[in-house]
Every structure is written in structure tokens, then in C-alpha cells.
Design a protein around this ligand. Structure first.
Ligand code: HEC
Ligand code: HEC
Length: 559
């Protein structure tokens, strides 16, 4: 290598090292949104985003033990209904599951079908996929293993949603049953007999081994049913799974540790929260609703949590992470590049009253921006008079805190308190030390950036607020319960004035028939308290009239 080359090489290494190393340091200051986290040049950035989105749809970790043998499950569901073997199996399985087809299973899981065509409203276009790749829903993943084809679930199972028919990657799945899936799998695993399985379903020996491995892995999985459909208990799943392992640097799995589970408060205490949206991470330097992950790449942490919750050998995970830095970086690039869905793309620009929104902006500046960030609009620009309506309502510049704050505004404490029950164990893991992730329990929650807030109903980390009118109501007067439902029909399933679930008479009748979709704020962890005093109630008085609140909501719709 000549001197110039060496210098160039040195500079390049130095530059790329500094760009990557400091990004995840504790207290690293976010001076501008990190949409392009690794500062890639345009072409490469687009390629990485595309590849990363694939990794979000198809789970890349191949070393999990908890993999489902796909062909036998498919055979089971798709065999001729009159087949006597299937009849026997179905009768046996009735104890195990109420499902009649694979489609039933996926519906229950809450995962979404791929769209049939590209969708213009989609802020995060899906990668081009082969027809065969779109056969299973978003998040369901087939992995080719030495034991045959295996099925598992990836990020999109919790982090993709169907927004009026548009499949938005990075938007919270409103009704995920991932935790329930693990809980039920674990409960029924002891009843699965591998020889019966092999003989009746005519599986290969490899598939039988895969099934045995999965059955064994469930011994180190501690899962918990969420308090209500829509929330997630991954926090508890990680804590309760760690409680089934030894307390050494790799949380080794032993027969002894599986039998002598350490007690953990999260067995009973409620610390549920919803999966977060991905388009906020570019503004932040600490992660999760309570900002308790204060250092490290959040995508690394996600793999770690996901795998602890699947009963995986952490030494194997560590090797996988070292060998797959490229995939992890692509996924990280895609997560940080995620954009929010825009209101006008779904409802048309005429559905927004720009003058009203401008009046709302004044209230926002006065009462909200100190916590939620500054949103400069197209209409704030010097050249506003030359802009079209669509350009006027865009966020031309968003300025969020350099260091992500955590504030206790009196909302339900369960979720942040839950972190105390296993933070130490997580930090002690060798893998946490290696990936430089650090968890620190907090008091309060991050005031999230509010881009795409219209699409994020119901509100707060615990989904306790059905719409923005309720959010701007004093907590003692907020709805004590509400029915939730899927976002299918824009005029029926969404209240455009209040932004979020339609309440009272406007609630679709069908929603009231399914108890799973009922939210009761009186229950532990589901309280709708807080975020009123000192925000829009000053000295015991509400500071906004009904009309001013609607102006504020009009502004929020444009974010
Ligand atoms: C079982 C459901 C589930 C799966 C699967 C899942 N997540 Fe999450 N994710 C969550 C929940 C729940 C939260 C929020 C927890 C909290 O903050 O209280 C979250 C939070 C996050 C955050 C933090 C966002 C923020 O604003 O701080 C990121 C980033 C993230 N997930 C990425 C991923 C990636 C990448 C994957 C796949 C490797 C993944 N998640 C898989 C449920 C899931
Ligand atoms: C003192 C800081 C603070 C102020 C001021 C404040 N908020 Fe918040 N806000 C928060 C925090 C913290 C949360 C997260 C609460 C939780 O999830 O438990 C939050 C949550 C929200 C959410 C729900 C976000 C989501 O993704 O579910 C909305 C909407 C919101 N605030 C709007 C407003 C509006 C509008 C104002 C002004 C009237 C305002 N906030 C003023 C701190 C603040």
C-alpha cells in the first residue's frame, strides 16, 4: 500500500469508526434527526433501507431453538377434512387450539396480509418480494434449517399495522398476540408427543428433532398474558425467562435453573406497554417508553430481548450478532429511516382546516412544545405564500431535545416501575457489556415526538386514552372504559374530529360483542391518570375552551 492509500485507509477507518462508535454512547447529543444513521450516500442508503425492511419482515436470526416445523403444521391444517388421521388429530388438538386453518391462526395472532399492490399512502414502501414470499402474512418467517423448513415471527409481527388497508411498517400493531402465542405454546408443549407427531403427520426425522428442540426451549421461556389486547408483555417475558436461567454472564440454561425459577415481581405486577412506533427513534438517544435504555443500539437490544424470550442460548446469539453485523446495520438503517403516515394522504388535504390548525399551533407552542419538540410548518416559511396547501401543512423542520427527557406527568407508573425488576440482571449479561447496552430504571416516561400522532391512537404507553379529545380532558372526566376495533373503514372506525376511536353512540356495534376489545381503565396498569395538571389545567382551571382544544387537535393532525 502506498502512503496515500494508507492515509486514506486510516482516515476512512477513523471516520467510519467515529461515526458508528459515538452514535450509541450514553448522552450522545442528537443535534439533528438521525434519519440516515450511518450517513450513507444516497444510493447505498436506499439499498440498505430496502434490505433492512426485509429483515424487519423476515426474522433474520436463525439460531433460535424455538422454531416451529412448518410443513407438518401446514399438512395438519391443509389435509383433507375427511381424512381420518386429520380427524383424530383435530379431536386431539381441540384441547390444544380452537383453530381450523392456518389463516385462523394468523388472524388470531393479529399479523397482517401483504398488500396486493404498491400503496401510495405508505410512507415506508415495502420491498419488492416474490409472490411466494408474500404467501404468509407480514412478520411470519420461514427459515431453511438442516432439519427442514421452520417458521418463526419477526419484528413486523408487533411493528406493522393495517391502517385502513395500508400496511404500514413501523406503526404499532394494534392487536398483537405474540406474547399469548408464547404463553400458549409453553402451556401445551408438554402434551406434544414427538413420535405421535412424526407418525401421524408423516414428518421427517429432522422435523421431529426440530419439534423436540422447540419443546425443550419452552422450559426457559416465562410468558405472561397482556392485561388487555393491544398491550405487550415483552418486559415481563424477558424478566421471567431470565428467572429460569442461571445467573452467570451468559445466563446459562440448565435443567436445574428451569425447575427452580427465581421469584420475580413481574409474575403478578402489571408493566404492560404497546409496541412503539419506529419513526421517533431518529430524534432520540434513549429508548423505550420510559427511556430506560440509555446506551447502545436499540436494535441490538431488541434482538437480545427477543431471544431471551425465546429461550435461546446467548452464546450462540453473540456469535450470530458478530457474524451478521451487516444485516443488523441494514435493519438499524431501516428503523431509523422510518417515516410517519400523513393525514392528508388518507383523508385528502381538504379534510384539514389550515387556518384552524394555525390557531392550534399557538396553543401548542404555549403548552406543549417544551416537552414534545418544536414543529416548524410550511406555513412558517418566508416563501409560504408561494406554497400549495399540501406543502403548507408539512413539517418543514422538527427540533427535539438533544438529550431525550423522561418526565413524570402522573400517568400510570406500572411500566416504568417494572424495569426495576430485571435491569440489573440484564446489565450483568456479557452480551449487554459487549454490545454496550445499558438499562437504567426511570421515574416517568419520554414525551414522545408527535409526528404522525393522528395514526397512533389509542394514546399513552398503556393505550389508556381512546382519542385526542379524551387526552385534552381532565383525567377525572376522561372515559373510564372504551371499545377498540380495527382500522378498516375511515368513516366508521375513526373519529376524525377527535382523532382516534369513536366513543359512545359512535362506537361500531360489532366492537361491543368481543370482550377482548374492551379497555377498562380501572384495572391495574391501565389507569388513564395524569398529563393534565400543569399542562392544560393551571391552578385548578382548564386554560382552553372546547373550541381551542379542537384547534389544537387540528394542528396535531398536521404533524
Ligand atoms: C412481541 C412484540 C415485539 C417484537 C417481535 C418486536 N418488538 Fe420492538 N417493541 C415492542 C414493544 C412492546 C416496545 C415498547 C416497549 C416500551 O417502550 O415499553 C418496542 C420498542 C421497540 C423500539 C424502541 C422504540 C423507541 O422509541 O424507543 C425499537 C427500536 C424496536 N422496538 C425495534 C424492534 C425490532 C428491530 C424488532 C425485531 C428485531 C422488534 N422491535 C421486535 C414489541 C416488539
Ligand atoms: C411536562 C411535559 C409535557 C407537556 C408540557 C405535554 N406533554 Fe404530552 N406527554 C408527556 C409525556 C411524558 C407523555 C408520555 C405519557 C405516557 O405515555 O405515559 C406524553 C404523551 C402525549 C401524547 C400521547 C403520545 C402517544 O404516542 O401516545 C400526546 C398526544 C400528547 N402528549 C400531547 C400533548 C399536548 C397536545 C400537549 C399540550 C397541551 C402536551 N402533550 C404537553 C409530557 C408532556
Amino acid at each position: 500500500m502506498n502512503t496515500w492509500k494508507t492515509t486514506q485507509h486510516f482516515l476512512f477507518t477513523l471516520l467510519s469508526f467515529s461515526a458508528m462508535a459515538q452514535n450509541w454512547e450514553r448522552d450522545f447529543e442528537v443535534l439533528a434527526p438521525r434519519t440516515n444513521i450511518y450517513q450513507l450516500e444516497t444510493k447505498n442508503f436506499e439499498l440498505q433501507v430496502n434490505e433492512g425492511r426485509k429483515a424487519a419482515l423476515f426474522y433474520p436470526v436463525t439460531i433460535s431453538d424455538l422454531l416451529i416445523p412448518y410443513q407438518p403444521v401446514k399438512t395438519f391444517f391443509e389435509s383433507d377434512a375427511n381424512d381420518p388421521v386429520r380427524k383424530i388429530l383435530f379431536d386431539m388438538a381441540r384441547v390444544v387450539s380452537p383453530f381450523k386453518s392456518m389463516k385462523d391462526v394468523f388472524n388470531w395472532l393479529g399479523v397482517h396480509e401483504f398488500p396486493n399492490s404498491p400503496q401510495d399512502e405508505n410512507p415506508n414502501p415495502l420491498p419488492d418480494l416474490l409472490a411466494t414470499e408474500k404467501e404468509l402474512p407480514m412478520g411470519a418467517t420461514l427459515i431453511h434449517t438442516e432439519n427442514g423448513e421452520a417458521m418463526t415471527f419477526g419484528c413486523a409481527a408487533c411493528h406493522a399495522s393495517d391502517l385502513f388497508g395500508v400496511k404500514v411498517l413501523g406503526l404499532t400493531n394494534r392487536f398483537p398476540r405474540a406474547n399469548e402465542f408464547f404463553r400458549q405454546g409453553k402451556a401445551y408443549a408438554p402434551y406434544v408427543n414427538s413420535f405421535l407427531f412424526k407418525n401421524l403427520l408423516k414428518t421427517t426425522e429432522g422435523e421431529r428433532l426440530m419439534m423436540l428442540k422447540a419443546k425443550a426451549a419452552t422450559k426457559w421461556v416465562g410468558a405472561k398474558k397482556p392485561s388487555v389486547l393491544g398491550l405487550d408483555t415483552s418486559l415481563a417475558q424477558v424478566a421471567l425467562s431470565l428467572a429460569k436461567r442461571e445467573q452467570d454472564p451468559y445466563s446459562t440454561r440448565t435443567e436445574h435453573s428451569a425447575r427452580s425459577t427465581r421469584p420475580n415481581k413481574l409474575e403478578t405486577m402489571v408493566a404492560d406497554s404497546k409496541p412503539a412506533v419506529w419513526w421517533n427513534v431518529k430524534y432520540k438517544n434513549r429508548w423505550l417508553s420510559d427511556g430506560s435504555i440509555v446506551a447502545g443500539n436499540p436494535v441490538h437490544t431488541n434482538f437480545l430481548w427477543n431471544e431471551i424470550g425465546r429461550g435461546t442460548d446467548l452464546k450462540k446469539l453473540e456469535v450470530w450478532m458478530q457474524e451478521n453485523t451487516h444485516q443488523i446495520e441494514a435493519l438499524t438503517t431501516a428503523v431509523f429511516a422510518t417515516m410517519p403516515p400523513r393525514y392528508e394522504k388518507f383523508f385528502g388535504v381538504d379534510a384539514l382546516d389550515i387556518e384552524k390548525a394555525k390557531r392550534g399551533q399557538k396553543h401548542f407552542v404555549e403548552s406543549c412544545q417544551k416537552c414534545h419538540g418544536v414543529y416548524e410548518k410550511g406555513w412558517d416559511r418566508p416563501d409560504a405564500s408561494q406554497l400549495s396547501s399540501v406543502h403548507l401543512i408539512q413539517n418543514f423542520k422538527v427540533t427535539y431535545h438533544k438529550k431525550t427527557p423522561v418526565i413524570d406527568v402522573g400517568t400510570d407508573p406500572g411500566r416504568y416501575l417494572g424495569m426495576r425488576e430485571f435491569a440489573d440482571e440484564l446489565n450483568k449479561l456479557q452480551i449487554s457489556i459487549n454490545i454496550k447496552t445499558l438499562v437504567e430504571p426511570q421515574k416517568g416516561y419520554v414525551p414522545p415526538p408527535l409526528e404522525g400522532i393522528w395514526a397512533r391512537w389509542p394514546y399513552f404507553h398503556n393505550n389508556s386514552i381512546p382519542n385526542l379529545c379524551a387526552l385534552l380532558t381532565p383525567s377525572s372526566l376522561r372515559p373510564k372504559s372504551y371499545y377498540s376495533g380495527k382500522a378498516v373503514d375511515k368513516s366508521r372506525d375513526f373519529d376524525q374530529e377527535c382523532v382516534g376511536y369513536p366513543l359512545g353512540d359512535k362506537t361500531p356495534d360489532a366492537w361491543k360483542k368481543n370482550a377482548d376489545y374492551f379497555y377498562d381503565t380501572q384495572r391495574e396498569g391501565l389507569s388513564n391518570s395524569g398529563h393534565d395538571q400543569k399542562i392544560f389545567i393551571i391552578n385548578g382551571q382548564e386554560i382552553y375552551s372546547q373550541e381551542q382544544k379542537l384547534e389544537l387537535i387540528e394542528f396535531l393532525k398536521t404533524l
